[in-house]
Design a protein around this ligand. Sequence first.
Ligand code: SF4
Length: 240
Amino acid sequence: MQFQGEPLTPDRCRALRGRAIALIPQSVGYLDPLMTVGQQVQRVGQLNGLSTRDARAAVDRTFARYELPVITRQRYPFQLSGGMARRVLVSTAVVTQADLVIADEPTPGLHPDVVTETLNHLRELAQGGRGVILITHDIDAALQVADHVAVFYAGTTVEIAAATDFATGNLRHPYTQALWRSLPQNEFVPVSGNQPSPDSLPSGCLFSDRCPWVTAECQVARPELRWVRQGWVRCIHAEG
Ligand code: SF4
């Protein structure tokens, strides 16, 4: 893995984590239940080099931006609604000024209004010039805000497509196509079979035991990512 052109070594990860790279965690349970949310977000600001005064001002600015009432600073996580707690988590990333924000499954279990609100906040961060990676199982959510979608299978990226490719059917990998067809609003047909477990991966292409296009050639080696129809695909038979 590389970040800004340099290998992401363990030492570099430690130096960048929470500063140049910020995480919006999956669950509001990641907030410290024993500390007010104002203190928590302020602490992140101070860890990013802000003075106490500047960190306090950054919290005020960020909370105002996300329409969190002033009193929210003094609240503990259990005193917040799900939507408010989610906005506090986004605030922890915003006060860092990180170049890259990774949002790890931020939407499951949320009310649809809060999902839209959370996605809009992520989009706004991207519009402001930050890189945003949204990790999700919710393709609809991703397509609402993403520019590009990377599809994973068995721990491997099998396709990177423009979000618009899903609407136009310009998908390259048989797994991505099957995933798209499986959605309720499309054909609602499941992909047959199961993902292989990490300790019994097939030889060659990881999708070979479920793929309708499989040939003997697919079982020889793991396919490399190829540039096909303006997107990346890990399939030797994907056509241009
Ligand atoms: S490489 Fe072969 S098995 Fe793998 S996705 Fe492509 S056609 Fe299917």
